[in-house]
Ligand binder design. Structure first.
Ligand SMILES: Cc1cc2nc3c(=O)[nH]c(=O)nc-3n(C[C@H](O)[C@H](O)[C@H](O)COP(=O)(O)OP(=O)(O)OC[C@H]3O[C@@H](n4cnc5c(N)ncnc54)[C@H](O)[C@@H]3O)c2cc1C
Length: 172
């Protein structure tokens, strides 16, 4: 959306010109509606500590990853498995930590959980496309997601990386 506003230049910022400024403002409203990120994260922490809800969540993602079987996705699958273990360690750490430490870090842990869940979901979609024998841009989306959120790459040092990042930021 920010890129869309930028394309329109000064006009992009004017409410009478297009719907984009309102959508841009509403994006932050959607983050606070039904509870702000911080208060939702505090609830997630309580759910870890009191109800161990992270265990079924982790089990579900691990089971979902079992469904990624294509040979060409082997490396992504291993990366996703490593990420899930990293997230599991972080969760156990905040769940057993002093309240001040847990409250300070829970938002980062939840963000990391979201990255893990999104990466597994993308892999499952790509697995499905490949199983149908379909050509798909999703392989690039998976590569780009990994580059943006898991293994950041210096675009000046990696041939093709900046082009891929541009492609990804235009699709997600
Ligand atoms: C358009 C709109 C419509 C809404 N409609 C309704 C409605 O119909 N009914 C309804 O009940 N509510 C409604 N809300 C309220 C909304 O759902 C949020 O619950 C509310 O906006 C959050 O409370 P607040 O605005 O008082 O912010 P605050 O609670 O003052 O939060 C301000 C900031 O402090 C942070 N913060 C607050 N407490 C903590 C904490 N303990 N630890 C760390 N950080 C903290 C928050 O994350 C936030 O960044 C609406 C909100 C909007 C924007």
């Amino acid at each position: 959306m920010r890129d869309g506003i930028e394309v329109l230049g000064g006009n992009g910022t004017i409410e009478e010109f297009s719907v984009l400024p309102r959508l841009y403002r509403d994006a932050i409203v959607l983050e606070s509606w039904e509870g702000t990120h911080n208060t939702l994260c505090a609830q997630v922490l309580r759910d870890f500590r009191q109800r161990n809800l992270h265990r079924p969540w982790l089990a579900e993602l691990r089971a979902a990853l079992e469904g990624v079987t294509q040979e060409s996705l082997r490396d992504h699958r291993a990366r996703a498995a490593a990420l899930l273990e990293e997230v599991a360690r972080r969760i156990e750490r905040v769940a057993g930590a002093e309240p001040a430490f847990a409250e300070r870090h829970i938002r980062f842990v939840v963000d990391r959980m979201c990255v893990a869940a999104a990466f597994v979901a993308l892999l499952l979609e790509l697995e499905w496309d490949l199983a149908q024998g379909w050509g798909s841009d999703k392989a690039q989306v998976v590569e780009g997601f990994r580059m943006l959120h898991l293994d950041p790459t210096d675009p000046m040092e990696s041939e093709g990386a900046s082009e891929l990042q541009r492609f990804i930021s235009s699709t997600i």
